[in-house]
Write a protein that binds this ligand. Structure first.
Ligand SMILES: *[C@@H]1O[C@H](CO)[C@@H](O)[C@H](O)[C@H]1NC(C)=O
Ligand SMILES: *[C@@H]1O[C@H](CO)[C@@H](O)[C@H](O)[C@H]1NC(C)=O
Ligand SMILES: *[C@@H]1O[C@H](CO)[C@@H](O)[C@H](O)[C@H]1NC(C)=O
Ligand SMILES: *[C@@H]1O[C@H](CO)[C@@H](O)[C@H](O)[C@H]1NC(C)=O
Length: 542
C-alpha cells in the first residue's frame, strides 16, 4: 500500500472550502464522516408504512447480517404523520400506523443497534399532503430530537416564493433556516436536503443551489426519485438517470457531505440480477448513501450476498469519501476512477451497451503513469488478484459493472488526477486536436482524457494524454494548447465548476467553441466536471 500521493491533498482541500459561516455540515464533518447505510420505505412501500414494517425489517436486517454489514439506519419517509398538527402546533404520528408511537420505535431501533430517521418538508405540505414544516422548523426539529431521532430528510414539495424572492432564493432561505435550527440543537440531526432535486432541469439554478447545499447539510437528493416499485417505465433507465446526474457533482463530495443519487431497489421487478448488482457497485464506487428500499425479509440470499460485499462497502465507507469520476465515456463503456484513503486507486467500469463487450484500459488513464511500476489489482467482486504493468482488459455483460482496487507499491505511489474535463450541462468533452481545443461528443480517445496536475504553487496545469507536452492555455479570449511552461497555462478549479485562468477569466463554452469569458457563478456555459482529487480553490464562491 503506498502513501497517499502529494499531487492532490483532499484533507487540505476540505479545510480550505468553508467560505460562509459554517454551522452543521462542513464545520462538523464528525456528524456524518462516511455515507449513511440503511433502509427507507419509500421506493418499495411508499405511503404503506407502519410500525410492524419497521420492526420486521429491523429483525430481518439483523438475522440476515445486513446490520452487521453496516446498514444501521431505519428511515421513515412520507406519510408517517397524522393529517393535523396537535393543539400546541406540534406534529403527531398516525396512531393506526404507529400504535406504540415514534419514540417507542426510536428506542426499539436503538435497542437493536439502529438509528431512526424521519421525513419532513420545507413547504406548507409534504409531497403526500401531510403538514409541512414551513413556519414550524424549530418546533419540529425539537420534537424529532425529543423522540430520539438523529436524521432528517427534508423534502421540497409545496414551496412557493415569498415576497420578491426567486424560487431558488426561497429554497436557500428555507434550507438555511433548517440549518440554523439544527445547529442550535445540543446534538444536530443529520440533515438530508432534497432542494437540488427541484432544480435539476436547469443547470444555472442547479449550480446555484448546489453552491450552498454542502455547507448546510450532510447529504442531498440531487435529482428525480428512483423509480418506485409500482412505477411505470424502466427501472434501469431510472438508475442510469440518477447515476448520470451524480457524475456531474464529483467536486462537491467530501467527508461530511455526500451526493445522494437515491435508494438501492434490489427487489424491483423490472431489474435483472446483473442490473441490481451494477447499481450497488456504482453507488459504492461513488461513496453514495446505501439506503435499501425493498422488502428485506423477501430478498433472495443472492441479493443479501451482494449487498453485504465487504470490500465494496469498505470502498463506500472509505474515509477519504472521494467520488469516482468519469475517466472516459465511449457510448458503450463508462470508465470511472478515484482514490482511497490508503492511496489505493479504484477502477469502475460499466457496460451501458446492449451486448457483452470488452475494453482495454491503459493504467495511465487511472492516473498511474510512473515508469517501471507493477500494480496489484484486486477484483472486488471475485476477490481475485492480478499483477499489471500497462493496461487491464475488462469483459462485461450488458449493463454489468466491474470494480478493481489497485494497490500502489512503494515508490509507485504518485497519482495524477486523470479523466474527462467536460461541460456538465451538455455532457460534451473538452477535446484536444493539435494545438486547438473544442467541446465535442465524448468518444473515449486520449485526446479527451486529461492529466490535471497541481503545481507546488497550488495552480493546475492540464494536458491531454494524446500529447502531454502541451498544456491548456488561455491567450486573451482564446483557449489553445501550448508548451506547459508558457504564460496562460495556470488554472484554478472551484466548487462552482469554474476553471479560471490565473491570467484571465473562466473557460467558457460558446456552442462547440472554447473561449475565455468573465466568471459568473451561475453561467451554465462555465460549469465543468473534472477528475476526482483535483485541488479546489475558494476563488469565486460566496
Ligand atoms: C404494515 O405495512 C406492510 C407493508 O406495507 C403491510 O404489508 C402490512 O400489512 C402492514 N401491517 C399493518 C398491521 O397494517
Ligand atoms: C392513519 O392511517 C390510516 C391508514 O393506515 C388512514 O386510514 C387514516 O386516515 C390515518 N389517520 C390519520 C389521522 O391521518
Ligand atoms: C403557507 O404557509 C404560510 C405560513 O404558515 C402561510 O402564510 C401561507 O399562506 C401558506 N401558503 C399557502 C399557499 O397555503
Ligand atoms: C434557468 O434559470 C435561470 C435563472 O433562474 C433563467 O434565467 C433561465 O432562463 C433558465 N433556463 C432555462 C433553460 O429555463
Amino acid at each position: 500500500m503506498g502513501a497517499p500521493s502529494t499531487v492532490w491533498d483532499t484533507a487540505k482541500m476540505a479545510l480550505m472550502l468553508p467560505l460562509l459561516p459554517v454551522q452543521a455540515s462542513l464545520g462538523n464533518t464528525g456528524l456524518l464522516p462516511t455515507p449513511p447505510m440503511g433502509f427507507n420505505n419509500w421506493a418499495r412501500f411508499q405511503c404503506d408504512l407502519n410500525e410492524s414494517l419497521f420492526t420486521e425489517t429491523a429483525q430481518s436486517m439483523l438475522s440476515r447480517g445486513l446490520r452487521d454489514a453496516g446498514y444501521n439506519r431505519l428511515n421513515l419517509d412520507d406519510c408517517w404523520m397524522h393529517h393535523d398538527r396537535a393543539a400546541d402546533g406540534s406534529l403527531q404520528w398516525n396512531t393506526t400506523k404507529f400504535p406504540q408511537g415514534i419514540p417507542w420505535l426510536a428506542s426499539y431501533a436503538t435497542k437493536y443497534g439502529f438509528h431512526l430517521g424521519i421525513y419532513e418538508d420545507a413547504g406548507n405540505q409534504t409531497c403526500g399532503g401531510f403538514p409541512g414544516s414551513y413556519g414550524y422548523e424549530r418546533l419540529d426539529v425539537e420534537t424529532f430530537a425529543s423522540w430520539g431521532i438523529d436524521y432528517i430528510k427534508v423534502d421540497g414539495c409545496n414551496v412557493w416564493a415569498e415576497d420578491d424572492r426567486s424560487l431558488r432564493d426561497e429554497y436557500r432561505a428555507r434550507y438555511g433556516k433548517w440549518n440554523e435550527v439544527l445547529s442550535e440543537l445540543p446534538r444536530p440531526l443529520i440533515f438530508s436536503e432534497s432542494a437540488p432535486a427541484y432544480f435539476a432541469d436547469n443547470a444555472s439554478d442547479w449550480a446555484a443551489v448546489m453552491d450552498w447545499v454542502p455547507r448546510n447539510g450532510e447529504l442531498a437528493r440531487h435529482s428525480t426519485d428512483v423509480l418506485v416499485y409500482v412505477g411505470e417505465g424502466s427501472a434501469w433507465d431510472s438508475i442510469m438517470n440518477n447515476y448520470d446526474y451524480n457524475t456531474l457533482l464529483v467536486r462537491y463530495q467530501r467527508p461530511g457531505y455526500f451526493n445522494d443519487p437515491d435508494f438501492l431497489i434490489p427487489d424491483h421487478p423490472g431489474l435483472t440480477q446483473t442490473e441490481k448488482e451494477s447499481h450497488f457497485r456504482l453507488w459504492a464506487s461513488f461513496s453514495a448513501p446505501l439506503i435499501i428500499s425493498a422488502c428485506i425479509p423477501d430478498l433472495s440470499d443472492e441479493d443479501i450476498a451482494y449487498l453485504s460485499n465487504e470490500a465494496l462497502i469498505a470502498v463506500d465507507q472509505d474515509p477519504l469519501a472521494q467520488q469516482a469520476a468519469l475517466v472516459s465515456r465511449d457510448g458503450t463503456f463508462d470508465v470511472l476512477s478515484r482514490s482511497l484513503a490508503n492511496g489505493d486507486r479504484l477502477l469502475t467500469v460499466l457496460n451501458r451497451g446492449p451486448v457483452a463487450a470488452s475494453t482495454t484500459i491503459p493504467l495511465e488513464r487511472l492516473g498511474l503513469s510512473q515508469v517501471g511500476c507493477e500494480y496489484l489489482a484486486r477484483d472486488l467482486i471475485t476477490g481475485e488478484d492480478v499483477t499489471l504493468q500497462n493496461a487491464i482488459e475488462i469483459r462485461l455483460d450488458s449493463h454489468a459493472t466491474s470494480v478493481h482496487r489497485f494497490e500502489l507499491p512503494e515508490g509507485c505511489s504518485v497519482v495524477t488526477p486523470t479523466g474527462m474535463v467536460f461541460h456538465t450541462p451538455s455532457g460534451l468533452c473538452l477535446t484536444a486536436s493539435g494545438t486547438t481545443v473544442a467541446f465535442e461528443p465524448c468518444g473515449g480517445s486520449d485526446s479527451q482524457i486529461w492529466n490535471v496536475l497541481t503545481e507546488t504553487s497550488g495552480k493546475l496545469t492540464i494536458s491531454a494524454l494524446s500529447d502531454k507536452s502541451l498544456c491548456l492555455c488561455a491567450h486573451e479570449s482564446r483557449v489553445l494548447l501550448a508548451g506547459c511552461r508558457s504564460v496562460g497555462t495556470n488554472w484554478e478549479h472551484s466548487i462552482t465548476g469554474h476553471l479560471r485562468n490565473t491570467d484571465g477569466g473562466c473557460l467558457t463554452k460558446v456552442s462547440g467553441k472554447v473561449t475565455i469569458g468573465d466568471c459568473v457563478v451561475d453561467n451554465a456555459a462555465q460549469i465543468l466536471g473534472l477528475p476526482s482529487g483535483v485541488h479546489l480553490t475558494d476563488g469565486l464562491t460566496g
